[in-house]
Design a protein around this ligand. Structure first.
Ligand code: FMN
Length: 169
């Protein structure tokens, strides 16, 4: 079966090396738009975003993670937050953050760009908030490093479906 959505799901790879080409502000807004069209419980839309292209901020953020080279190499970063004031259910709001981020990654792919979901940086999320001058009520979920891929030879794999499927009743 082929369908553009399925193709994007299967073809999307984490991209960690980027060219020097800029990412247009319109594309960054489109990526966020795709994120906010994710489902959320009660349609509460608890996500918030910060777009970072400023070199000084990128440098500061790079010092909060092992993945400093990815942060520095990316042309843009989007920090994805939950606004804890907008949350209604711990589990469901975190699930909607995941669906938002995946939508964003698929939009990145559809736009011909590349991105990687950075989670390790969450260990320093308080420091990230301080660099981005955000109140503690914003809870960092991920930072997406975005740019034009140097290449698309990334390989990934998944276990067989039957290893996941508990039963068909
Ligand atoms: C919650 C989460 C956290 C992740 N954190 C990082 C990270 O900090 N650094 C990184 O290089 N990749 C990170 N990744 C990307 C995964 O390594 C990647 O999705 C996985 O290896 C599968 O590769 P693929 O995305 O190309 O299919 C993260 C992915 C998820 C979902």
């Amino acid at each position: 079966m082929t369908h553009p959505v399925l193709e994007a799901i299967y073809e999307r790879r984490s991209i960690r090396e980027f060219t020097d080409a800029e990412v247009s502000p319109a594309y960054l807004r489109e990526i966020i738009k795709a994120g906010i069209w994710a489902p959320s419980g009660l349609n509460n839309q608890p996500w918030r975003f910060v777009i970072i292209t400023d070199q000084t901020k990128k440098q500061q953020l790079s010092e909060t993670t092992h993945y400093d080279h990815i942060v520095l190499g990316a042309k843009a970063l989007i920090a994805v937050y939950l606004d804890t004031d907008a949350m209604y259910d711990e589990v469901k709001d975190h699930q909607s953050a995941g669906s938002c981020i995946e939508n964003m990654l698929l939009a990145v792919h559809a736009l011909g760009l590349g991105a990687v979901w950075l989670g390790q940086i969450l260990k320093k999320k308080d420091q990230v908030n301080s660099i981005l001058e955000l109140e503690a009520k914003y809870d960092l979920m991920a930072v997406l490093a975005i740019g034009h891929p140097v290449h698309r030879n990334q390989k990934s794999s998944r276990k067989e479906i039957d290893e996941f499927l508990l039963k068909t009743i």
